[in-house]
Design a protein around this ligand. Structure first.
Ligand SMILES: *[C@@H]1O[C@H](CO)[C@@H](O)[C@H](O)[C@H]1NC(C)=O
Length: 178
């Protein structure tokens, strides 16, 4: 355990001292499928607020529950969404995070989503976001107190029928020790 703690601390130091951030991008690590949520499934599943069961809970390494590090970590997860519709379009973002997720669309802050996994705690979602025609950058900065956390997100058309992006290992992640 001690050896692991040293190794992860060294990794974090390497990542936070390297610039520019894009040169240190890692791929996100998939923790669990949406419906195998460690946090419970009060809000996840057919007929519930979060219905995209192909989305994955992600973080930057597999020991999402290793709170023993004592570090407060922010992880910035990014993906791109290409829109062909002339004039752009609006989309719905469903999101659950441990603890707080600050959502940015093309660099503009849109919302801070806190938790969301327990019944009755999802009343402020889904978020409506504006996408431009062409390439959009969806960036979600997740802040967790005392150790690694987790993120589950799915971006869809307004009618919910077409998923435009969902969290999985294709997302990039940049780390920051707070
Ligand atoms: C998020 O973006 C949508 C679409 O532009 C906007 O209607 C909404 O007010 C934004 N929310 C915040 C908190 O900025």
């Amino acid at each position: 355990m001690r050896r692991f703690a040293w190794a992860s601390t060294a990794l974090l130091l390497v990542l936070v001292t390297s610039t520019p951030p894009s040169s240190t991008a890692l791929n996100a690590v998939e923790l669990w499928p949406a419906a195998q949520s460690f946090y419970g499934t009060d809000n996840i599943g057919v007929g519930k607020p979060f219905t995209d069961l192909s989305a994955k809970w992600i973080w930057y390494h597999t020991t999402s529950l290793a709170y023993g590090s004592g570090l407060s970590v922010a992880a910035l997860f990014t993906t791109t969404v290409t829109v062909s519709t002339a004039g752009g379009m609006q989309a719905l973002l469903n999101i659950i995070a441990d603890d707080v997720a600050d959502v940015y669309v093309n660099g503009a802050p849109n919302f801070s989503a806190t938790h969301g996994w327990s019944a009755g705690s999802y009343t402020d979602r889904p978020l409506t976001v504006d996408l431009v025609q062409g390439t959009n950058v969806l960036a979600i900065n997740v802040r967790n107190v005392r150790g690694p956390g987790a993120l589950l997100a799915s971006l869809s058309t307004m009618d919910g029928r077409t998923v435009l992006a969902r969290t999985d290992k294709s997302w990039e992640v940049h780390l920051q020790v707070l």
